[in-house]
Ligand binder design. Structure first.
Ligand code: PGA
Length: 262
């Protein structure tokens, strides 16, 4: 078994903070969080703050991620931003977040093309997948996960798959959704095993074991340890709790301490 996968804590700030506020918040986090070789901390501010933060950030302490990107490198796409334009600011990009899928109707084809754009531009894609409450109610959890996984990765070769991070985020567990409830570790274990089984079918078992799989959905300092201890879960994607310094720093400290040897 390969235990060499990195552990990640990724902060998704969504559409919060002006560039000035983001800069002050980064400063606050920098003073509270010590870099750790075992843990990669990634901050995903709004697009408008990326340039400012990229000049300010200590990249040994934090890496930056975009929350979205366009699938082309240049072109007539009014209002869009490509990874070619921002790749000097970021190391990661969140792709296919449920808010992009369901609020902005992003298609599987667009998501797959964005994953390719990320790999082409040397930026690590964090592909978000996860079933809705309705999928779960209808017994369609596995097929929703499989189809988002396979469609999202359909242009990713065997050589490139270990450059991709998968984030399992059941839509019903995301804190901003009405009636959200935290996922049970058993649901996450099942999803992680399903994802790795499907990765193994396409890329082979050894490669599937190398892919980092994160969990996201209503994570806070009280639930983080329980999720991080799940074998095969390599970190967390944190929304709401990442906006509060005390919460986020506590989650980071917990992640530094947790060992989930498989
Ligand atoms: P949450 O968001 O932690 O507020 O549930 C997670 C996400 O949307 O990525």
């Amino acid at each position: 078994m390969d235990n060499a996968r990195k552990k990640y804590i990724i902060a998704n700030w969504k559409m919060n903070f002006t560039p000035g506020e983001a800069s002050l918040y980064l400063n606050k986090l920098s003073n509270k969080i010590q870099p750790s070789r075992k843990l990669q901390i990634v901050l995903a501010p709004g697009m408008v703050s990326l340039q400012t933060l990229s000049l300010q950030v200590n990249r040994r302490q934090f890496k930056l991620a975009a929350q979205n990107c366009h699938w082309s490198d240049y072109g007539p796409y009014t209002g869009e931003v490509s990874l070619t334009q921002i790749r000097s600011f970021v190391d990661y990009v969140i792709i296919g977040h449920s808010e992009r899928r369901y609020v902005f109707n992003e298609s599987e084809k667009q998501i797959a093309d964005k994953v390719s754009a990320a790999i082409r531009n040397g930026v690590t894609p964090i592909l978000c997948i996860g079933e809705t409450a309705l999928d779960r109610k209808d017994g369609e959890t596995n097929s929703a996960i499989n189809s988002q996984l396979m469609n999202g990765l359909r242009q990713v070769s065997k050589e490139d798959i270990d450059k991709v991070i998968i984030a399992y985020e059941p839509v019903w567990a995301i804190s901003s959704n009405k009636g959200a409830k935290p996922a049970n570790p058993i649901d996450i274990i099942e999803a992680e095993q399903l994802i790795r089984k499907n990765l193994a079918k396409i890329y082979g078992k050894d490669i599937a074991e190398k892919v980092s799989i994160l969990y996201g959905g209503s994570v806070n300092k009280d639930t983080a340890a329980g999720y991080l201890e799940i074998p095969g879960i390599d970190g967390l994607l944190v929304g709401n709790a990442s906006l509060i310094a005390d919460q986020f720093c506590a989650i980071v400290e917990i992640a530094k301490g947790v060992r989930n040897e498989r």
